[in-house]
Ligand binder design. Sequence first.
Ligand SMILES: CC(C)(COP(=O)(O)OP(=O)(O)OC[C@H]1O[C@@H](n2cnc3c(N)ncnc32)[C@H](O)[C@@H]1OP(=O)(O)O)[C@@H](O)C(=O)NCCC(=O)NCCS
Length: 181
Amino acid sequence: MKAELDPAAAGDAESLAITRMTSAEIADVTRIERASFTTTWPADAFYNELSTNKLAHYFVGRAGGEIVAYGGIWVIFEDSHVTTIAVDPAHRGKKFGEIMLLHLLDEAIERGASWMTLEVRESNVAAQRLYRKYGFTTVTTRKGYYSDNNENALVMWAGNLKGDLYRARLNALRAGLRAHR
Ligand SMILES: CC(C)(COP(=O)(O)OP(=O)(O)OC[C@H]1O[C@@H](n2cnc3c(N)ncnc32)[C@H](O)[C@@H]1OP(=O)(O)O)[C@@H](O)C(=O)NCCC(=O)NCCS
């Protein structure tokens, strides 16, 4: 069976097996969502994204068979946008967030994106560090963007995703992740 030949496909405890999110997985995703964000998407929002938004691409990551991460993007011609990304708090610091971001970038590039944007809370240092590792820089600040505490959002951007330089950067980071396992 595939799982025995390829442990990563089954999602062993140390690796993340990424597949497209299905509606059957939304309950697990919202569990992680509630543990990860102060303002959360209801299950309906994920359901609508999966069922009606043709521009949306959502993924879950499994480790040891359990859903421990998810992420999503919109791809509109050359433009891509990270709508969400999170890792179960019990499984953070194991490179799962990084593997998911790399997957979102690969997917966006494959679908023709030349740049990727996202918003991140000014206080969310961990996520910002992850994004900077992948070449994102802050292009502007949206004042009071988050309504729960009026926190500013940094708008981060990575460009020229299809260029040789960025491809080389991704490949080096990908090799680093392999070495980590
Ligand atoms: C941001 C998040 C997805 C990172 O996932 P993770 O699996 O814990 O992170 P990884 O183990 O993959 O770490 C990858 C990189 O992220 C950064 N990072 C992760 N955790 C960090 C921390 N606690 N402090 C500083 N940097 C951190 C580092 O750059 C790290 O690379 P390094 O180990 O080479 O330094 C996770 O913390 C999370 O789910 N947070 C809550 C939801 C959220 O904020 N999502 C982003 C919304 S914009």
